[in-house]
Design a protein around this ligand. Structure first.
Ligand code: PMT
Length: 211
């Protein structure tokens, strides 16, 4: 079985030295790629900038922006059986890029932003992906409602929901605590290392296929 996994943050440039991004370390996504290999399957990791080593035996594509991640997923999704989209893709990017470093000449400035492409939302509708689709939901309130909504709206088979307002959960932590949300079945995975949580997610995904 071939898995595609997205991981890490994206960076949306403002000028040659500044960008919009988020606190994703990539650990959860890289742990998923490692878990896929551990279970004896092929893994392709498409990642934004991180300081992590790519797990042994994992195919790897490095990207920076949401647009690049979108195009890499679109290009590679063809031969894939399972897609797990764990990346913290920036939802907005600056409308314009300044070729020169912006000088601090004014007291206030407004940055105009536009939406980035929705990779998860494009998987079924635009890319025609027919394999098993697992999305993530990073919420700070109404965790399960947000996850159920993504499950339905994006055509996912499972959504992994983490409450990122909790310390030790989600962004830049070595542990996580998640809900696996499927149609008619919701299960909590108690706080554990991202490696063990990743293994449970991959095993659950494989059981979806077997079932
Ligand atoms: O990287 P770590 O430090 O280990 O942290 C792990 C994590 C917190 C990043 C991870 O557990 C997680 O929650 N990943 C999803 C983060 C996120 O952006 O969630 P969201 O609720 O905003 O997005 C929902 C889903 O849509 C996600 O599957 C996301 O990859 C996807 N998405 C979002 C925006 C976009 N433009 N395209 C997308 O595909």
């Amino acid at each position: 079985m071939r898995f595609l996994i997205t991981a890490g943050p994206t960076r949306e440039a403002i000028d040659p030295v500044r960008y919009i991004s988020n606190r994703s370390s990539g650990r959860m996504g890289y742990a998923l790629a490692g878990a896929v290999r551990h279970e004896g399957h092929e893994a392709l990791l498409i990642s934004g900038p991180t300081s992590l080593d790519v797990p042994e035996g994992v195919d790897f594509i490095s990207v920076t922006t949401a647009q690049q991640m979108y195009e890499a997923v679109q290009d590679m999704v063809g031969g894939v059986d399972v897609a797990i989209l764990c990346a913290a893709v920036a939802d907005y990017r600056p409308i314009s890029y300044s070729n020169q470093k912006i000088k601090k000449e004014v007291e206030r400035m407004t940055l105009e932003l536009e939406r980035t492409p929705d990779i998860l939302g494009s998987m079924r509708r635009v890319f025609g992906f027919r394999g098993v689709l697992v999305g993530f939901a990073a919420e700070t309130q109404n965790l399960l409602a947000g996850a159920r909504n993504k499950l339905e709206a994006k055509g996912c088979d499972m959504v992994v929901a983490n409450d990122v307002s909790q310390p030790g959960v989600g962004f830049d932590a070595s542990t996580n605590e998640v809900w696996l949300v499927r149609k008619g079945r919701e299960e909590k995975l108690e706080r554990d290392t991202k490696h063990r949580i990743a293994l449970r997610i991959v095993q659950e995904t494989l059981s979806l296929i077997a079932g």
